[in-house]
Design a protein around this ligand. Structure first.
Ligand SMILES: Nc1nc2c(ncn2[C@@H]2O[C@H](COP(=O)(O)OP(=O)(O)OP(=O)(O)O)[C@@H](O)[C@H]2O)c(=O)[nH]1
Ligand SMILES: [Mg+2]
Length: 216
């Protein structure tokens, strides 16, 4: 099974998109800024207990001048991370705009999460956890607060996203197992039956591995 996902990070300028990705992928905070139109970050993770891997390609818009490129990338996006800055009210108010943008550009419904960034800046905080959670509930996204600076909840946030992406994958595995189980075993050679059992075992292991992927 080839698992490949493209995930868009969307939100106002300077909310902390790059730093969240830099922290998650490279374990660093505040690297030199990039000037290119669309920036990509890749993460490949081995699925525990199997020889398979899942590939995640994250991308963030850097400059809206690159509209054409952005359109193209949105087409194949499989998940969305919506971000606002907990210290700037307008970045929270603009979420409605961003959410509409996403809905307009991505045809299929894709899973998403909402991130409240810079939670380390406690004294400057202007958006409460409660109101952010309420907005997330409204748009049916999971909500989590992070700090790229202190590395609080960063991996957890991406694991939330991964979990959302894998839910349909696991449903597909269950379907496949059920289909295999329904195969008429009468008249099958022992070796064929053995193969079927082996396949079921493999699929179950794969599903277990997917569950482990976002545990920690
Ligand atoms: N205290 C604190 N500052 C942060 C955090 N994340 C980002 N910043 C700061 O916020 C500013 C913007 O961060 P970026 O990661 O560049 O934000 P961005 O959304 O990628 O910005 P653009 O791509 O330019 O729109 C920088 O000055 C960062 O140092 C955080 O978790 N805590
Ligand atoms: Mg950036």
């Amino acid at each position: 099974m080839k698992l490949k996902y493209k995930i868009a990070l969307v939100g106002d300028p300077k909310v902390g998109k790059s730093n969240l990705l830099n922290r998650y992928i490279d374990g660093i905070f505040n690297p030199p800024p990039s000037r290119i139109g669309v920036k990509f970050y890749q993460k490949t993770v081995q699925i525990p207990g199997t020889n398979e891997e899942a590939r995640f390609l994250f991308w963030e818009m850097i400059n809206r001048r690159f509209q054409g490129i952005i359109e193209q990338h949105f087409k194949s996006t499989s998940g969305v991370i919506l971000i606002f800055d907990t210290t700037r009210r307008e970045t929270f108010d603009n979420l409605t705009y961003w959410h509409d943008e996403i809905k307009g550009r991505i045809k299929n419904v894709v899973p998403g999460i909402l991130i409240g960034a810079k939670m380390d800046l406690v004294d400057q905080r202007v958006v409460s956890t409660k109101e952010a959670q309420e907005y997330a509930d409204k748009i049916k996204y999971a909500y989590i607060e992070t700090s790229a600076k202190t590395n609080h909840n960063v991996t957890k946030a991406f694991n939330f996203m991964i979990r959302e992406l894998l839910i349909p994958e696991k449903a597909k595995i269950d379907e496949l197992i059920n289909k295999i189980k329904k195969i008429e075993k009468d008249g099958l050679k022992f070796t064929e039956e053995f193969k079927i059992l082996k396949k079921i075992k493999e699929l179950k292991k794969f599903k277990e591995g997917l569950n482990k992927l976002y545990e920690d």
